[in-house]
Design a protein around this ligand. Structure first.
Ligand SMILES: Nc1ncnc2c1ncn2[C@@H]1O[C@H](COP(=O)(O)OP(=O)(O)O)[C@@H](O)[C@H]1O
Ligand SMILES: [Mg+2]
Length: 263
């Protein structure tokens, strides 16, 4: 940890709303949500082929939340996740992340915001074949220019935190689906993101493996205070979240806190 970061932390005390556990240098005012969408629309295509996948989404997410995103196929869940993850931009509306107006950022700045604060997990794992678990997890650090020795240490630690200590040299083909998704989660958290965006992370897994992945996500949420946003079709999986946002036809149809903890 650099002394610059340490000094910044001392100069800017963490707010109750956003515990400064992620080396954050941008303070977030008390009561300000980590994520704020207002009137977000997304239109794919143009003219008669135009399709409005999001039709005016308002959504606030506070630091530390564990939110399940549900809704029928085609309701705009992935579109919303891609916008939240700075992989795509809204057609209209505003997106504030930690108080920063994302729509005013350049493509480059957005990419930096993404690499600094966000981690992604997808249904299909998206690991590099013929590449070891350790090397897969090291990749985001390689992009950041982290030296090799440091990459190794951080990636090994991330693999251990998802229960894969001892599996560092295995390639995806040598791992089960559940293990591959663990590697993908390790890769997503190795950069210590503030938010983990998971789009149907258990969609390719059997129910036992799915529950293990959900336990892991909950542990990351509680222990490492990572805000988790997860798309799922399964009520059993949504039961791990503390809030369920339901999309229908490109709009948030309901947004319900869950009072009972866990599944
Ligand atoms: N790149 C794209 N081009 C055109 N239409 C798209 C594109 N991506 C998604 N869509 C359409 O937008 C709608 C919402 O898609 P999506 O956000 O993937 O829904 P969900 O994740 O809820 O299943 C769907 O009707 C889909 O066909
Ligand atoms: Mg989807």
């Amino acid at each position: 940890m650099s002394s610059v970061l340490t000094r910044t932390r001392l100069a800017v005390p963490p707010t109750p709303a956003v515990p400064d556990v992620h080396g954050g240098q941008v303070p977030v005012a008390v009561g300000e949500p980590l994520i704020r969408l207002r009137g977000v629309t997304k239109t794919y295509g143009s003219g008669s082929a135009a399709f409005q996948a999001l039709r005016g989404v308002d959504l606030d997410i506070a630091a530390g939340e564990f939110v399940a995103v549900m809704g029928p196929s085609g309701s705009g869940k992935s579109t919303a996740m891609n916008i939240l993850g700075c992989l795509d931009t809204p057609t209209s509306g505003t997106y504030q992340f930690r108080g920063v107006a994302v729509q005013r950022l350049s493509r480059d700045q957005r990419a930096r915001l993404r690499r600094r604060w966000l981690g992604f997990v997808f249904q299909g794992f998206n690991l590099l074949a013929r590449t070891t678990a350790l090397e897969n997890v090291e990749l985001p650090l390689l992009y950041r220019g982290v030296p090799r020795a440091q990459r190794h240490v951080a990636a090994a630690k991330a693999l251990a935190s998802v229960g894969l200590a001892g599996w560092e040299t295995h390639t995806p083909a040598e791992l089960s689906g559940g293990q591959q998704q663990r590697v993908a989660i390790a890769r997503a958290i190795v950069t210590e993101p503030a938010v983990l965006l998971a789009d149907e992370p258990t969609g390719n897994l059997d129910s036992q493996r799915s529950r293990e992945i959900m336990e892991l996500l909950r542990e990351l949420n509680v222990r490492q205070q990572i805000t988790v946003l997860m798309v799922t079709h399964e009520p059993d999986m949504a039961a791990y979240a503390r809030r369920v946002v339901h999309f229908v036809d490109g709009l948030v149809e309901s947004d319900t806190p869950r009072t009972d903890e866990g599944a």
